[in-house]
Ligand binder design. Sequence first.
Ligand code: TRP
Length: 362
Amino acid sequence: MDKIILTGDRPTGRLHVGHYAGSIRRRVELQNSGTFAKIFIMIADAQALTDNFENPQKVRENIIEVALDYLSCGLDPAKSNLLIQSQIPELTELTFFYSNLVTVSRLQRNPTVKSEIQQRNFEASIPVGFFTYPISQAADITAFKATTVPVGEDQLPMIEQTREIVRKFNSIYGETLVEPEVLLPENEACLRLPGTDGKQKMSKSLGNCIYLADPEEEVKQKIMSMYTDPQHLRISDPGHLEGNCVFTYLDAFSKPEHFAEYLPEYQGLDELKAHYQRGGLGDVKIKKFLNQVLQEELAPIRKKRAEYEKDIPAVYEILRKGSEIAREEAARTLAEVKRAMKIDYFENEEWIRSQCEKYDRA
Ligand code: TRP
């Protein structure tokens, strides 16, 4: 069976280094590995509208931001289809059919939906569209017969729910859909990159993000004011690594080459950590190093973004073409789904003939 990737992001803001470490960097590697027959990267605008329905302008404006971030990170339209979710109407049809296979209580138990409902103060009045977005996400994945979904950890419950829908569909209507597998980042730090304030997650509303498109100086400022270890007051004090986001970021981004280039007095990250814990290593030094590491990673991305920014219509054209190809793919799956569900009346001459026979006999 061909290996197929589908993944995506909601266009509610520019992408930050948390997205990059958690998923985008991996997607580019997977794209360039040549092991996937097809790759679909979705800008999930319809899903973004489930909790931003009063703010369509924000969603619209961020489509191009996310597309620019994708392209500047190295997603290549010649290898990966970049598409806009709302332009694939077949997805809504699939969502409608799958919703028969999901109970309200199952949706209520979805941990991601649960915590998002809390975050958004939706408790008293949950929009139905938001409540059921895991079903629409199952449509996103299955429409392309995706075998592999590279995402961050917060998306695990969505993929689990998709797998349940696939199993239920196939058991009722016959083998039609493909059960996808999730692909999480291999490194613990990338799994859940904290915000620069040391808070749980990088999030726009907390103002603790380093964006891929941030200018060099801004990245530096954000790093120099990052949360470290509040007990590490003097350089000579022993420092702690737990919750110290400079080290979490180094876990996510530093490579042996960086040490050779910028900190040759250390063998690698383990030695740097040991020195910090022992005492005698100042926060400014590790922050400067992190800045060098991150700037090295972000500089080519920033440069590529500037190139793409010069021709915005070309970027929209990439999205239009990608959506067109995606639509053909989704239409094929939808036809199979309708056949399996016995709602393919006009495409099924055999059925019509069998009905003739029935009435001939009568
Ligand atoms: N839920 C994802 C997010 O919040 C976006 C998304 C929509 C997605 N459809 C998807 C991710 C399908 C993976 C597969 O970022």
